[in-house]
Write a protein that binds this ligand. Structure first.
Ligand code: KIV
Ligand code: NA
Length: 264
């Protein structure tokens, strides 16, 4: 199957088709989601919470992001692979942003990078595009700024909706190939999708965006506990794994595993 490219996402928007993006951080999920027809894999800095056990996305390093990206790119044949620029790897200067992104493409095997922030990062997007690196912009709620934003909250309610639209327009003008919106009112996301020519992706942004994204552990029900409102669980992988581990341990303790068929 031919590789999905940024222009295929553009084409989807032009033809009124939607596409699906999921996070992936390792080879098996990358392979499974590829075979399932997922168009875009995001090596998200959400690996900080969902793989490494941190409380926020802030602690994950560029080196760690390169490793996760390498694992995904080694296994996924068809999806476009987007890697997150982690907190601290792109804000200081446009040169730093280019250096960090080059590592995600060169060592990680990503095809594009994603960065969080609004119009104030237009220069950064321009510098990356000039270097030949496709950029996905992430606006609305941006988890790397959760301390500045006062926690996980919907962005763009009321009068501030205009700012989300202006951010999207500025980032598109700077050359971003796609605008991802997190936790913004559905009407604002719909206005953004109508305002920009590039495809949009939503998470907690209603149904009017060109694509949708979820963290795979949320989508598949691996993570326990309370889920954000925007999550739909399409499976209960946590209970499947828990059941397998319980039965394995029982068979080990009872001596029924390994059997003769597993022995040399
Ligand atoms: O890191 C992440 O998982 C994201 C999302 C948009 C889901 O950035
Ligand atoms: Na992210």
């Amino acid at each position: 199957p031919a590789r999905i490219r940024t222009h295929h996402l553009q084409q989807a928007k032009a033809e009124g088709r939607r596409f699906a993006m999921l996070t992936a951080y390792d080879q098996y999920t990358a392979q499974i989601f590829d075979e399932a027809g997922i168009e875009v894999l995001l090596v998200g800095d959400s690996a900080a919470n969902n793989v490494l056990g941190h409380a926020t996305t802030l602690p994950i390093t560029l080196n760690e992001m390169v490793l996760f990206t390498r694992a995904v790119s080694s296994a996924a044949r068809r999806p476009l692979i987007v890697a997150d620029l982690p907190f601290g790897s792109y804000e200081v200067s446009t040169a730093r942003a280019v250096e960090s992104s080059v590592r995600l493409l060169k060592e990680g095997g990503a095809h594009a990078v994603k960065l969080e922030g609004g119009a104030q990062f237009a220069d950064t997007v321009r510098a990356l595009v000039r270097a030949g690196i496709p950029v996905m912009a992430h606006v609305g709620f941006t988890p790397q700024s959760e301390h500045a934003l006062g926690g996980y909250r919907v962005q763009g309610r009321g009068d501030t909706g205009r700012r989300v639209i202006d951010d999207a327009l500025a980032l598109e003008a700077a050359g971003a190939f796609c605008v991802l919106m997190e936790m913004v009112p559905a009407e604002v996301a719909a206005k953004v999708d109508a305002a920009v020519q590039v495809p949009t992706i939503g998470i907690g942004a209603g149904a009017s965006t060109t694509g949708q994204v979820l963290v795979w552990q949320d989508m598949a029900g691996l993570r326990g506990g309370k889920q954000p409102k925007f999550v739909k669980q399409f499976a209960e992988v946590r209970s499947v794994l828990a059941d397998a581990a319980t039965r394995y341990a029982e068979e080990v303790r009872s001596g029924s595993f390994p059997g003769p068929e597993h022995s040399f």
